[in-house]
Design a protein around this ligand. Sequence first.
Ligand code: GAR
Length: 199
Amino acid sequence: MPIKIAIFASGSGSNAENLANHFRGHHEIQVSKILTNNPKAFVLNRAQQLNIPSQVFAKEEFRSNAFSQGLYEEGVDFIVLAGFLWLVPPHLIATYPNRIINIHPALLPKYGGKGMYGQHVHEAVISQGEHESGITIHLVNEKFDDGRVLFQAKCTVETRDTVASLAKKIHQLEYEHFPQVVENYISQLDREIESRVEV
Ligand code: GAR
């Protein structure tokens, strides 16, 4: 049985696509579904192109127990947030303890929290005159951008950088590292669980 990942994205979904391409034909991990809160999100077009089932959900549905139960019953093992903007409700975290991974486009704990997403993060980094920024891949808990950090990578912020040029550098770091960090984390956790079962 493959280990199934569901990817959540709210917008363009370029990271979702990169993850899906990374895991296509993978020997143990499969992207089984792409979900979004935004019916107009471009990630839905990408899901169709990639031939991956997609699902759009509304806020009430997302907050209901039936939502996490549904994912669990479909056999989803891990959730990866790739540009997903809503706070994850407690029951989903309880259903997937240490199994929800997020990517944030800054070096947490700086520039995280409510309202800090996408361009807003890069605007804040530039307006504070930071000389470096980067990406943080972390586990998800009940607060925005707060769970255990799995990985960080840095890039320089030049005085000539704009929001667009910084966003491009950050996306490059994300494409380079996100799939591998997700793969390593999932494989390691899976091996730990298997070795505990064998004992
Ligand atoms: C990515 O840069 C991701 O780190 C960021 O949104 C962008 C989505 O791009 N996530 C957040 O800001 C979460 N707080 P994409 O839709 O092209 O993958």
